[in-house]
Design a protein around this ligand. Structure first.
Ligand SMILES: Nc1ncnc2c1ncn2[C@@H]1O[C@H](COP(=O)(O)OP(=O)(O)O)[C@@H](O)[C@H]1O
Ligand SMILES: [Mg+2]
Length: 337
């Protein structure tokens, strides 16, 4: 089997926050001991409500934050140890698409200037060729003819067009892994499917791998191969997408799935909505045992006292719940871990 492109091992990030004078500083458990991997050409999703640690994971991968513990291997190399030209190569190979294209695009720069920047930063193309490459990219992201959009400013574009520019910018340097943090959450429902389809087409054309971050499980099924569900900094379930959708095992995953809209009205009526009690607890002081126990409809004494470990259920399906999964199914068989 070929080596995964990205391997995240026991990654941990806590932020210290000062509680006040003479108070010991406290720690936000943003990311706690998570492991997952992405094969070349695959799309992998991180899902969960806000505060789960998804963006922190993305920032750790982009080297915008330093992990406290654990490792990130890209193409077999330890990312923390990269320096010089190899680090520069990593920064080209791993690109980000952000949730709000309006905030991530400089309002005072034209599309041409925005898309030129990565080439200039990385000395990556013959200067005379850059504009031609940009026009080609614009056409590829559906902004045709590209020439027309070159001298526009972000405010002269629609939300969907701005996100297309964000995608084009991520692709300028031929990355291998694109991290998309809530790429369609700020867009109108009618535009979301267009952008997701575009991302799927580009994946095939450019041989990309995606780390797709979203709070909306609905978008995962059409785009991703594997998925990890995060709750308060931890992965509670990790599986092949089809397996997760047909047999969600963790009560948190079941609740998230029951909240996604269903097109078929008959199925929609048959389905039981699971409404979770209360808010996501603070990551400053996460609950003991299973972190989900304060909101879980099935919680028992054991869940308060003992942290469940990830257990296998099927080869590509692993869950951390005392009442799900099976003893004896090999968790190491899960190719997403
Ligand atoms: N720089 C930071 N300092 C302190 N706490 C942070 C910082 N960044 C994120 N957090 C906290 O870490 C937790 C996870 O946040 P985040 O990774 O943004 O989750 P998500 O993207 O899933 O919504 C939250 O409780 C958040 O408040
Ligand atoms: Mg986030």
């Amino acid at each position: 089997m070929n080596r995964p492109l990205l391997q995240v091992r026991r990654l941990t990030k806590h932020f210290s926050v000062n509680a006040g004078w003479f108070q010991p500083s406290r720690h936000v458990h943003a990311v706690d001991d998570i492991s997952f991997s992405i094969r070349a050409g695959d799309s992998f999703a991180l899902v969960g409500e806000s505060g789960g640690g998804k963006t922190t994971t993305a920032r750790l991968l982009a080297k915008l934050e330093k992990p406290d513990d654990g490792s990130i291997l890209f193409d077999g190399q330890e990312v923390a140890e990269l320096s010089g030209p190899v680090l520069k190569r990593y920064r080209r190979d791993v690109q980000m698409i952000f949730q709000d294209p309006f905030e991530s695009l400089n309002p005072r720069r034209t599309v041409r200037a925005i898309l030129r920047q990565p080439f200039l930063n990385h000395d990556a193309a013959d200067k005379r060729e850059i504009d031609k490459t940009i026009v080609r990219l614009l056409n590829q992201v559906g902004m045709e003819p590209g020439e027309v959009f070159m001298d526009r400013y972000p405010h002269q574009l629609s939300g969907g067009q701005r996100q297309r520019i964000g995608i084009a910018r991520a692709l300028t340097l031929k990355p291998r892994l694109v991290i998309a943090d809530e790429p369609v959450s700020s867009l109108d429902i009618s535009i979301r499917a267009q952008i997701l389809n575009l991302m799927k087409d580009l994946q095939a054309q450019h041989n990309l791998s995606y780390l797709f971050i979203t709070h909306d499980l609905g978008v995962v099924r059409s785009v991703c191969d594997g998925v990890a569900v995060m709750y308060l900094g931890e992965i509670v379930e990790i599986a092949a997408v089809e397996s997760l959708f047909t047999t969600p095992l963790h009560p948190y995953t079941q609740a998230l799935l029951s909240a996604t809209p269903v097109a078929d009205p008959v199925k929609a009526r048959q389905r039981r909505r699971i409404i979770l009690k209360g808010e996501v607890p603070s990551a400053l002081d996460p609950p003991t045992g299973c972190r989900f126990h304060t909101r879980c409809p099935y919680s028992e004494k054991r869940c308060v006292e003992e942290k469940p470990v990830l257990r296998g259920f099927r080869p590509d399906h692993t869950v951390a719940c005392h009442f799900a999964g099976a003893v004896g199914v090999d968790t190491t068989a899960n190719s997403f871990i």
